[in-house]
Design a protein around this ligand. Structure first.
Ligand code: HEC
Ligand code: HEC
Length: 296
């Protein structure tokens, strides 16, 4: 009996030690990924400075790829998550004011952060949807940066992000992916002519990050950490939408059937999309196969 207990004790002891080592290793991997050693040399993109480009850039920042949704309407930033037991994660101040990055960011730094998910200080970004902005073409990215450089300075300082033990482990495991990991899975970037076509709608759908909440195939969220966007292929409730219903939803938040959707669906920002952009998105969503809702 004594010997059996002793052996059970040894086996349990070994299991505990192995588990502790595994946790330590995964934590170490997570810390490494969250370190500031990411290097990306982006392809050059021409950043214009004419009024038309700046207007286009403002439209993208406010209504299409809505930077303002997380970085706030004046782009002075705010805490996206502020839970010291989990993570303190500011969406930083993008202006040239005190505590803002705008004063030190060069064109190349903007491209690296928006398109490749790596900040000027070399840290891989979390939550910032660079893996969808990565699809933005050179003309739009140039216009966006042109606008960002004109934004009025706002003084607003934040501490560096601080992930606690658990999220660091989840980053180590890849459960919380960092942006460069996600970008590695992207398809090629394509240039499409602007117009109310399904093809252009596909482009808008990417750079507006619909997939962040509606799933990679748009048939419903598969990410338990993101808002649970429903199936928006013709295989879901979206089948009932006519073009006018869709435009009404995107402009007013009122869904087909009259219900107001929650503000998790960022219609407050998308409402500024042009008619052509909304028509293009609608044509694209209707052109998708009738997919069953993910996870059902
Ligand atoms: C869903 C929320 C969200 C949206 C939308 C978003 N960002 Fe961010 N952004 C963040 C967060 C959070 C961080 C900080 C991430 C970190 O520190 O890991 C960040 C970081 C950045 C950085 C790096 C700043 C630094 O510290 O060096 C830049 C630049 C940036 N965002 C620009 C933009 C632009 C431009 C847009 C619109 C095209 C945009 N963001 C849209 C959440 C967002
Ligand atoms: C930040 C998360 C998020 C993003 C980004 C997002 N959505 Fe949503 N969306 C939601 C959520 C959550 C709902 C469900 C809201 C509700 O029912 O109250 C929703 C609802 C909808 C609906 C209504 C569906 C129905 O069955 O009535 C449509 C259509 C839609 N979204 C389209 C889009 C499109 C197109 C984009 C990109 C341009 C987009 N969404 C981006 C979260 C998001």
């Amino acid at each position: 009996m004594g010997r059996v207990l002793k052996w059970i004790g040894i086996v349990l002891g070994v299991i505990v030690v192995v588990a502790a080592v595994a946790v330590a290793v995964v934590y170490f991997i997570g810390q490494n990924k969250l370190g500031n050693a990411w290097t990306v040399t982006p392809d050059a993109v021409t950043v214009p400075n004419d009024a038309a480009a700046i207007t286009r850039g403002q439209h993208l920042a406010e209504s299409v790829s809505p930077c303002v949704g997380c970085h706030t309407p004046n782009l002075g930033g705010d805490y996206l998550i502020n839970d010291p037991s989990f993570v303190i994660l500011p969406a930083p101040n993008l202006t040239a004011g005190q505590g803002g990055i705008g004063a030190t960011y060069m064109d190349e730094d903007w491209i690296r952060a928006i398109r490749h998910g790596v900040a000027k200080d070399g840290r891989a970004l979390l939550v910032m949807p660079s893996h969808w902005f990565n699809y933005m073409n050179d003309a739009d990215l140039g216009a966006l940066i042109a606008y960002l450089k004109t934004v009025a300075p706002v003084d607003n300082e934040f501490p560096p992000r601080q992930p606690a033990l658990l999220p660091t482990i989840l980053v180590g495991l890849g459960v919380f992916p960092i942006e460069p990991e996600l970008i590695a899975k992207n398809g090629p970037r394509v240039d499409v002519p602007v117009g109310p076509t399904a093809e252009y709608g596909e482009y808008i759908g990417y750079i507006a990050a619909c997939r962040d909440c509606h799933g990679t195939n748009l048939a419903g969220s598969t990410d338990p950490n993101a808002p649970q966007g429903p199936n928006i292929t013709p295989g879901g409730g979206f089948a009932l939408y006519e073009e006018a219903d869709f435009i009404q939803l995107m402009r007013t938040g009122q869904a087909e059937g009259g219900r107001m959707v929650s503000e998790e669906m960022p219609w407050i920002e998308y409402k500024g999309m042009t008619d052509d952009e909304l028509k293009a998105l609608f044509a694209y969503l209707k052109s998708l196969p009738e997919l069953p809702t993910n996870g059902s």
